[in-house]
Design a protein around this ligand. Structure first.
Ligand code: RUB
Length: 312
């Protein structure tokens, strides 16, 4: 029950944003595991494996989801007894949720130092970690105002302006297509991300790459706030990040008739090339995008040979 509800909450975007998706999945695994009445380790691992697969299928782009699930499930798969598996599941889910929340605060501390005095900021979509950075800098008295985009078609910009307003940050709400017009007024752009690939490309809400391009043209820093579990290990093996295609109705609205033969494209995310990313700020430090493989290999400690076995 908890599992199907969580899966539905994530795919329908009642739970959204890469960090929140990851923490919600970890919690769902924890609660689901606690509700199972398996008598053997094998049965428990099987049930948990199925649950992990259901969760991972809910949204394809946010790599935080499989990374969180994999971290929690490693404890289950590596256990020698049923009790060990139950304990490891509980411990790992709790650790992941705690560490990911702490990562947001660490990133905010580092990012705030990047903000100039009296900073004018632009952000796109609704990123918990990007907002934490802006709010931290604002608490330090260094944010004059924010330009926040609307984020068609799902309008996550409304959530952003609410969160910033609640924190007392002055906000200008603009349509997505106004980003270039306002870029000259901006000191820096900061967004979150759903995935950072091995070459340092940033996958984030559709429209992010256009804003990064405008920032590049205007010579304004484009900064990405990313917990390390948003780095995508499988991209080292050549895998691409799937871009989620969402229903046409999100774009057209219900009741709108299109001429026959017209198709609607609604990709939820796009890819910003590393050349347009000035800095990726993680909980372990601020790096150039070229540092991505080091984060994946040395910090996350992903054993690439383990993945390679899946291709054999
Ligand atoms: C959300 C989005 C956010 C990232 C980072 O897209 O693109 O910028 O997920 O968010 P959607 P956070 O609304 O489609 O989930 O920093 O909160 O993890």
């Amino acid at each position: 029950m908890v599992l199907t509800k969580t899966a539905d909450d994530i795919s329908s975007m009642r739970v959204r944003g890469a960090g929140r998706i990851a923490r919600t999945a970890a919690l769902a695994l924890q609660e689901y595991g606690a509700s199972l009445e398996c008598k053997t380790l094998a049965a428990f691992v099987d049930e948990m494996q199925n649950a992990a697969e259901i969760l991972c299928k809910t949204r394809p782009t946010a790599v935080s989801l499989p990374n969180a699930v994999r971290y929690v499930m490693q404890g289950v798969r590596g256990a020698g007894t049923l009790e060990e598996a139950q304990q490891a599941l509980n411990d790992r889910a709790t650790t992941f949720i705690h560490d990911s929340q702490e990562a947001v605060q660490k990133i905010a501390d580092i990012a705030a130092r990047q903000f100039p005095d009296d900073a004018v900021i632009m952000t796109h979509c609704n990123s918990q970690v990007a907002i934490a950075c802006i709010v931290r800098a604002h608490e330090q008295g260094r944010v004059r105002e924010v330009y926040a985009t609307e984020v068609r078609p799902r309008n996550q910009g409304y959530i952003t302006i609410q969160m910033l307003s609640d924190a007392g940050v002055p906000v200008n709400f603009i349509v997505d297509s106004a980003a270039r017009s306002f870029m000259p007024k901006v000191d820096l752009v900061i967004t979150g991300t759903d995935a950072v690939t091995a070459n340092g490309a940033v996958v984030n809400k559709i429209g992010t790459s256009q804003i990064a391009l405008c920032a590049h043209e205007a010579r304004k820093p484009f900064i990405v706030a990313a917990e390390t579990y948003k780095f995508a290990p499988r991209t080292i093996l050549g895998e691409r990040i799937p871009i989620e295609e969402r229903p046409a109705e999100e774009v057209t609205g219900s009741g709108r008739q299109l001429p026959p033969g017209v198709t609607v494209k609604n990709p939820a995310f796009d890819v910003t090339p590393p050349a347009y990313v000035d800095l990726i700020i993680t909980e372990i430090g601020a790096f150039a995008p070229s540092y991505a493989p080091v984060v994946i290999r040395d910090h996350l400690g992903w054993d690439i040979s383990e993945f390679q076995k899946e291709y054999a």
